[in-house]
Design a protein around this ligand. Sequence first.
Ligand SMILES: C[S@@+](CC[C@H](N)C(=O)[O-])C[C@H]1O[C@@H](n2cnc3c(N)ncnc32)[C@H](O)[C@@H]1O
Length: 255
Amino acid sequence: MRDGHRVPGRAAPVARPGRAAPRAVASRRRPLTCREASPRPPEDTITPDKSVSWAYSEDFLPSDDALLRAADRAAQLGVPAVSPGQGAVLRLVAAALRAGAVVEVGTGTGVSGLWLLRGMAPDGVLTTIDTEAEHQRAAKQTFADAGVRPTRVRTITGRALDVLPRLTDGGYDLVLLDGDPLEAAATVQHALRLLRPGGVVALAHALHEDRVPDPARRDEVTTALREVTRSLRDDDRVVPAMLPSGDGLLLAARV
Ligand SMILES: C[S@@+](CC[C@H](N)C(=O)[O-])C[C@H]1O[C@@H](n2cnc3c(N)ncnc32)[C@H](O)[C@@H]1O
């Protein structure tokens, strides 16, 4: 068990050879998380090989030329794109929702956009917002490489907080937030307004290079992401889950 996962103020339960470790006693400070309350000790499931499983999951789906070229453009422009594992989850969610209308904040070079478009309904439209026209030109090349019809992508150049208020309430199946992390709290509130019931908001890079789980990390971006992810976790309007894919992907379905 890693220290960051212990109930604050308590020593870790001691495992005896051949016996299951004792369950943590309920804390008076806060309810146990599901994992702390689990009858199976984490030692049974979390092994030092977890990073191998993570890498295996990231590489689980084969890539293709369009995605590889988009990732190359991202590297050249210094834009951190979503990882293959995150992309696969985004495509899955778009497919499960049969998404016809998706908003993306942070077009980048079109890596996440292409994953989304591949999961969406065949005539679904991706509305993608970015402050940088150069990034959006690269994304258009990505979509063209992949044979996406131009009518399926509405590209808007501008700041998310200027553009999102102009979009229709309840008009979208899925909103991906991958722009300025310092604006994540405000953009989440817009996303919840834009989603139809059952729609999903996804926050990319939600673990910020493993900094968010580490309480010693208190820089501005980490603190902002820790706060916004906790506030979504505790928001009665959504059903949330934090996935370790890529750099962390928080998903929350609007109820
Ligand atoms: C992490 S990258 C997005 C990567 C992209 N989602 C992908 O996976 O290919 C962040 C992008 O957000 C854009 N951005 C930064 N601040 C923004 C803002 N306030 N509004 C809209 N876009 C912003 C940047 O120009 C950059 O292209």
